[in-house]
Every structure is written in C-alpha cells, then in structure tokens.
Design a protein around this ligand. Structure first.
Ligand code: ATP
Length: 219
C-alpha cells in the first residue's frame, strides 16, 4: 500500500532510506537544511525542500502533520533531533521514527513520544556480530533487549522433511516460526503441515537465548 513519508535529514541514513522508499513506490518529502544535499535528492524524492526543521512555522507550512510517517534522521545535532521529534508528535503525526546517536538519546526520544527509535550503527554491529559467530544465522533484528527476529538456515538434516507440527519449535525452543524463505519464495505464517526442506531459511521470533539454542542445534 502506498504511504507518504517525510524524511528530515538526508545524511547516509536518511538518504538511503529515501532512495529505498522511492524504489518501493512510496511518496517521500525530503527535508534538509543543506542545499547541496537537497540538490542531490531533487530528482530522487517526490519533493525535496531546503528548510531548517527546527522552525515550527516551516514544518507547519510544509504540512508535516498530514504525513503518515515522519522519520527524523538528524544525527549529530541531538538537540535538533529531540526538538523536531517533539514538534512532529505535538502536530499529531501518527508515526514518528527517530534516529538515535546513543542510548541516552534513544531514551529521551522514546520519552517525548517517538514511536520507534533506530540506532543504525549499533544495530548493524549486532547483526554483523551474529553473522560472524554463526554460519546459520543469516539475518538478525533486535526487537527488544530480550527478543529478536532471526533468519536461520536449515542445515541439519534432523530438521528436514518434517512438518512444523512434527518439529514443534514452539514447545521445544519457545520459538514462533513466522515465515519460511525457500529460494526466492517467502511463505508468510506457514501452516502446521508445511514441510521444512533442506536449504530453507526459517524466520523465527523469540527470546535471544532460544534463538541461540536453535542455532546451536543446527550446527
Ligand atoms: P548519517 O550517519 O546518516 O550520515 P549523521 O549522523 O552524520 O548522519 P548529520 O550529518 O549530523 O547526521 O545529519 C544528517 C542530515 O541532517 C544532514 O544532511 C544535515 O544537514 C541534516 N540536518 C541537521 N540538522 C537539521 C535541521 N535542523 N533541519 C534540517 N536538516 C538538518
């Protein structure tokens, strides 16, 4: 479904977000106070505007409150990031995602109403570390301090040619299988009768320690 996004700050994070959202067919208003950055995105974003987002009147005149999702991708200027997030929430934007520089910044962003806070550098560090220590974990997304979503490759024959009911991941590992990636196909919410095949990738949600237990069993 088409959504409209406003991205404030076109650094490496905001910029790559903008390109990817546009590629997936979404509408994006890109805002940055730096004219050169805006010139770079002029032909990429749906609209690109040079503006200082700390100015409330400017945000109102851009109609920020009409956007379904606002992403505050300002990095180094923590004060600006907090102020802009606060203003976006006060204007009534339903969903505000903000980029944090550190965990204190993240805490403040959540306190003032951000719906989602991302830590691209830290999150990527966690992902890469998991990929380095495990051959089976192909992707990893931290959902909270204790829970994650992981993509685990089925390499152990003990897990193949059995269906999800027989494998009973929920009982044995406390994990929910939310999807199976098979070649280029993605099976969302697979049924209990779905047979697990060699080379499948299981998308599992659960406690970190349970994800690790399943990963150990795969080796
Ligand atoms: P990244 O890691 O994503 O490259 P960063 O963490 O280094 O970014 P900055 O470069 O400080 O973050 O900020 C990202 C962008 O946000 C910059 O292009 C900057 O011009 C823009 N920006 C900063 N403050 C404001 C503001 N008040 N209004 C609009 N844009 C802003």
């Amino acid at each position: 479904m088409k959504q409209n996004f406003a991205i404030i700050g076109l650094g490496r994070f905001g910029g790559s977000l903008c390109e990817t959202l546009i590629e997936s067919g979404q509408e994006v208003l890109a805002i940055d106070k730096d004219e050169d950055r805006i010139n770079e995105y002029m032909n990429i974003a749906t609209h690109a505007v040079v503006a200082n987002a700390q100015d409330e009147m400017t945000l109102r005149s851009l109609g920020l409150r009409n956007f379904e999702h606002v992403i505050v991708a300002i990095g180094e200027d923590i004060q600006a990031s907090i102020l802009v997030t606060l203003m976006a929430k006060e204007m009534g934007v339903a969903k505000v995602t903000a980029k944090a520089q550190n965990s204190y910044h993240a805490k403040v962003l959540y306190k003032i109403g951000a719906d989602n806070v991302v830590h691209p550098e830290r999150d990527m560090g966690v992902k890469v570390a998991h990929n380095l220590v495990s051959k089976n974990i192909l992707d990893y997304l931290e959902l909270s301090d204790e829970y994650s979503l992981a993509e685990i490759k089925v390499t152990n024959p003990k897990f193949t040619n059995k269906n999800l009911l027989q494998l009973n991941f929920r009982q044995r590992f406390g994990l929910n299988i939310v999807g199976i990636r098979r070649n280029k196909q993605l099976i969302i919410s697979p049924l209990a009768e779905e047979l697990v095949e060699k080379g499948d990738c299981l998308l599992v949600i659960g406690a970190d320690e349970d994800v690790e237990r399943l990963d150990d069993k795969m080796s």
